[in-house]
Design a protein around this ligand. Sequence first.
Ligand code: PMV
Length: 339
Amino acid sequence: MSEPLVSRRSATAIAHPNIALAKYWGKREGGGNVPAVPSLSVTLAGMSTTTKVSFDATLVDDELVLNGVVQAPDARTKVRASQLLDRVRAAAGPELHTSRARIVSTNDFPTASGLASSASGFAALALASVRAAGLDWSAEQVADLARRSSASAARSVFGGFVELDGGPTSDGAARAVAGPKSLDLRVIVCVTTEAEKATSSTDGMGTTQANSPYYAAWVADAPESHSLMRAALLAGDFTRVGELAERSALAMHACAMAAGIVYVTGATLAALDEVRAMRASGLATYATIDAGPHLKCLVRASELAAARARLERVPGVLRLIEATPGDGARLVTPQGAPS
Ligand code: PMV
């Protein structure tokens, strides 16, 4: 994030997804896409989104090519990307106010299925478009921009362990809490489908806020969950981090399920069963689940191979992706070089 102010029309950024160890679910009232509760995540190396943004005055509309497929002008992701670009155009010099942009974005992992591709996608898009517009914004400003498109994307701007503020008086700021090497942690993603999920997290949260009888209890409990997680992380206590992460995920899903929003499938629950069976047999594994059917298993590096061997035999688990705590969003091209 220390690139010099350069006037460029094109920039390429890479960002990783993150998974929340202390989840957020629900939005604060008052706009700005600020979460209703604080959250704490880990940014994951091992999965990436690479996004190139090129401002081009000859284009009549923004264009989005996602994983090699040109998106329709009214496709939801394309519209969300254009809204982010509109904020960048408004802040950029007058020569960019009317210029459209071409976005070429590629994920090396399943898109829109609860693997946080919107987090890595909007973090990479925010950084690439800000730099392509020649804006010398700080990481905090890039995170603020990313959050307005996808709140969890603000966390992928930073590396390691990252918190995102939320709550009635919060401005939704994100910051790094601890570096990638501060906890002995590996994440095994149990991929249970390659398909896109049916209910976006935004829609799932909206329905939960409107209809879950447990939403108020979730909002009341989550800040303490977050601060306990922060303390466990800073103490380097893997066991406590794992226990709190599993509890946070189950509380979030229980709250959503009570409103009819079900992201887990039989395969997710089979993997959860296996995580708990491993734990009962002395292998320290914990589970977390986001707005999709994949289960993420938290494990220490020394027990990674043993946990992998057991998870790959779970019926319905198609493949495993291994991830380590990783770096924040960054430009791909060398400083000052054309991208
Ligand atoms: O900000 P969104 O729309 O990517 O929603 C993220 C929701 C969860 O992944 C389930 C929780 C979280 O804190 O990341």
